[in-house]
Design a protein around this ligand. Structure first.
Ligand code: LLP
Length: 426
């Protein structure tokens, strides 16, 4: 068997050519999608599990617990597999919380983040005993009202804006001073004072939270922001908040899109270790999403047509920005597009989708062979922020999702039907 080396190193990626066919966990992708057709998302649950375990092991020496960020890939099959491995979960909506509850995850090990939680969502969180990471004084008031009305005591974390800008794509910088997320440290101290003064009798302040950004290229920014959080924790403890010891540093670990070398979770853990030495009193939490799910999934699509433009090769696929929006949204073409049947590149190829938007372009210069209608291609690293960000724009159906686990595959979400898209209208 002629197996080329794995295509990425920083995290487990299950994708490689075997005997000239692109395979996921050793299964030929053309066969995996044969039953449902294209486009289709295909995930290796074993690779996601391996990536989770890797983060868990990297942070075990400094006592870190992993709460998987559900927003990255929220398929129930994914959540069930990660729950079985002891992951907690971080959710950002009532819908995500509902998903987590339905796979039987422990609500006490679930946290709820987000700048705009509604009363309905707060109610659901309080009912199930979920920890709420609060982002504003108004939200604390709303949560206090909900907790009092339900006669429940609610664990609360304060999301801090650490005013740290990390070197990632601008739309993914969430810890800079101008970002909408969290409260600045001086306001956090005022909120601590308000807790001490008894303003929130039904809320129990358990610690602090942050998320400095995604695809964070190196640990420095995360370390600086963690120092900011430690100061707030210190302030709270000095002020008399006995149980104020939860340090949730969010997600953001980068993945290797091919070519560039990125630090793995071990390097982040090593960089954070000096800050936490001798701090057994603290409880460290992490919320990785992309680094667990991203490299473990692909989007398989089919070439519909070739278009002939002067000096340019162009392929139209049966998938577009409605199914996989990252390239259009972030103007990034980091996702490698590979032919499912291996062949030498015939030069740069513009790869576009069918949607009526000029931004529906995946790449201007993908290195692809001379493909013809009917040929299959795969987008790599599409296991995170792929299907979860898909839409029905142009009344298109979203792709089905296929899980590969233990050497066999199954459909874990079927393709939608056109009529389902409008059946409840009118
Ligand atoms: N925790 C919180 C509070 C977050 O806001 C996020 C991501 C995470 C954890 C997980 O971060 P990760 O480990 O996946 O970097 N749609 C974008 C990514 C936006 C992520 C926003 N928050 C993309 O396609 O790259």
């Amino acid at each position: 068997m002629d197996a080329s080396p794995t295509l990425s190193r920083a995290h487990t990626t299950p994708v490689r050519y075997i005997d000239g066919i692109l395979c996921l966990d050793g299964l030929p992708l053309d066969q995996v999608v044969a039953g449902v057709g294209t486009p289709a998302y295909v995930y290796s649950l074993d690779a996601m599990a391996a990536n989770l375990v890797r983060v868990q092991q990297a942070f075990a020496p400094i006592g870190g617990s992993v709460s998987y960020s559900v927003k990255a890939n929220s398929n129930q099959a994914v959540l069930a597999r990660l729950a079985a491995l002891g992951a907690g979960f971080d959710v950002v909506s009532g819908g995500e919380l509902s998903r987590v509850l339905d796979v039987g995850a422990d609500p006490a090990r679930t946290s709820f983040a987000g700048v705009g939680k509604t009363d309905e969502e707060l109610l659901l969180a309080v009912r199930h005993g979920v920890l709420v990471n609060v982002e504003s004084a108004d939200e604390l008031d709303a949560l206090q009202r909900t907790a009092a009305a339900m006669g429940r005591r609610v664990r609360v974390g304060l999301r801090i804006n650490p005013a740290v800008t990390v070197a990632t794509l601008a739309p993914m910088q969430t810890g800079s001073a101008r970002a909408k997320f969290g409260v600045p440290t001086d306001e956090a101290r005022e909120l601590v004072d308000a807790f001490v003064a008894g303003r929130y009798p039904d809320l129990e302040p358990v610690g602090v939270h942050m998320h400095v950004g995604s695809q964070v290229p190196e640990p420095g920014g995360m370390v600086r922001a963690t120092e900011v959080l430690l100061d707030v924790l210190e302030y709270g403890q000095q002020a008399g908040l006995a149980g104020f010891r939860r340090l949730d540093i969010g997600g953001g670990f980068p993945i290797d899109h091919g070519g560039e070398s990125v630090p793995g979770p071990e390097e982040f853990a090593a960089a954070l270790a000096p800050l936490l030495r001798g701090r057994d009193d603290l409880e460290l939490f992490l919320e990785p999403g992309r680094s667990i799910a991203g490299p473990a999934g692909v989007l398989v699509a089919r070439v519909l047509y070739r278009k002939h433009r002067p000096g340019r090769r162009m392929l139209v696929l049966d998938t577009g920005m409605h199914h996989f929006i990252r390239p259009a949204l972030y103007r990034t073409s980091v996702h490698r597009i590979l032919p499912v049947r291996e062949a030498p590149s015939a030069g740069p190829t513009e790869v576009v989708g069918p949607v009526c938007e000029s931004t529906d372009t995946f790449s201007e210069d993908a290195q692809l062979p001379d493909l013809v209608p009917g040929d299959l291609v795969a987008f790599l690293d599409a296991g995170a922020y792929g299907m979860v960000m898909a839409s029905n724009y142009n009344t298109n159906r979203r792709p089905p999702e296929i899980a590969v686990e233990g050497g066999s595959h199954r459909v874990v979400r079927p393709r939608e039907e056109w009529r389902d898209l409008y059946a409840s209208e009118g």
